[in-house]
Write a protein that binds this ligand. Structure first.
Ligand SMILES: Nc1ncnc2c1ncn2[C@@H]1O[C@H](COP(=O)(O)OP(=O)(O)O)[C@@H](O)[C@H]1O
Ligand SMILES: [Mg+2]
Length: 314
């Protein structure tokens, strides 16, 4: 339970808000980070911006900060994949969000799905595609329509829906432009939902209604024509979705805060796609929208995320 609630900002000590970094999602992270910084300052927190992991580690070793608000996104210097978390553990510095295991596992969609499958949690049927795998044989196994994506990217980069075999090679080529293995899974047609988790609180779901075919990079960051309905699903179905999302989050060893992406098919079945352990916090982002619907304004949201850095006994 979040028995950690504190009221005096001085109790947090000096806080490093780490943002930017060297991942593909640098610009989004800078946008998130600037907003978080402003909110924490407005609440009286002694917060400071730091760009990227190397600068953060230098400042920590020099004793400049008591804790870290991690708003880096992505992997390879992105701070969302467990590498930063391991470094902070070794320095004994408290930080927001998931630890090493939850961060690393959530970054890998294929391995996340294997864990869910083993626990009987619903996730679309899939085949992992190591480089050079026979993609046509894999597609026969999964069946059309299907979706091809890099296993460890974010922001919908390299994601393509494939309805017929003739379009398969093109989709694989696009996904293969990104590092790591690929993932092929059944395309779920229906509603796209996302559920934010804050401490042990599951916020109201958001139903994402993109104008185009799916919630692709353009819909996320460029066009302003996506519709967001919150709560996305109410009543018993909404409770089921929220319980499933928390179970999926816990199954991956996640903690603190995060966001679970789900597809709901036309028959009302939910299918887990992925967990984001350092989700966007820009003015357009999803977690702030869900928090708002729960009566939690942006500043209070940032405060509560910062509280997730207070571990037991801290
Ligand atoms: N199995 C699927 N069925 C239908 N749509 C999907 C499926 N997988 C992904 N998508 C679409 O692609 C988007 C990005 O996929 P996701 O797995 O959430 O990766 P990321 O957000 O990390 O790029 C989703 O928001 C959704 O619109
Ligand atoms: Mg997603």
């Amino acid at each position: 339970m979040s028995a950690n609630k504190i009221s005096d900002p001085a109790q947090f000590g000096r806080v490093a808000v780490v943002m930017g970094g060297s991942s593909a999602e640098r610009e989004v992270s800078l946008d998130s980070g600037r907003n978080v910084l402003e909110a924490l300052l407005a609440r009286g927190v002694d917060a400071h911006a730091i760009d990227g992991i190397p600068a953060l580690l230098d400042a920590l070793r020099a004793g400049h900060f008591a804790r870290v608000f991690n708003i880096l996104h992505g992997q390879h210097g992105g701070g969302e994949d467990g590498v930063l978390q391991g470094a902070l553990e070794s320095l004994n510095v408290p930080y927001t969000g998931s630890g090493v295991l939850g961060s690393a596992l959530s970054m890998d969609k294929t391995r996340s799905k294997r864990v869910w499958q083993s626990l009987g949690l619903p996730t679309p049927k899939f085949v992992a595609l190591p480089r050079g795998a026979d993609v046509h044989a894999a597609a026969r196994q999964v069946g059309f329509p299907l979706i091809v994506k890099p296993a460890c990217e974010g922001s919908s980069v390299g994601v393509t829906r494939v309805f017929a075999e003739k379009d398969l090679d093109e989709a694989v080529k696009l996904a293969a432009q990104y590092p790591g293995d690929l993932l092929m899974e059944t395309l779920i047609e229906g509603d796209e939902l996302t559920v934010a988790i804050l401490g042990r609180q599951v916020l109201p779901s958001i139903h994402i209604v993109p104008k185009g075919a799916f919630y692709d990079y353009n819909a996320k960051y460029v066009a302003e024509d996506t519709q967001y309905i919150c709560p996305g699903l109410e009543g018993v179905a909404g409770e089921e979705l929220r319980a499933l999302s928390l179970a999926a989050f816990d199954a991956l060893g996640c903690s603190g805060w995060g966001r679970v992406d789900v597809m709901r098919d036309h028959s009302g079945r939910n299918w887990l796609l992925e967990v984001n352990t350092a989700p966007g916090m820009t003015s357009h982002s999803l977690v702030p929208k869900a928090a708002k619907a729960a009566g939690i304004d942006y500043q209070e949201l940032c405060w509560r995320v910062l509280e997730t850095s207070l571990r037991e006994g801290a």
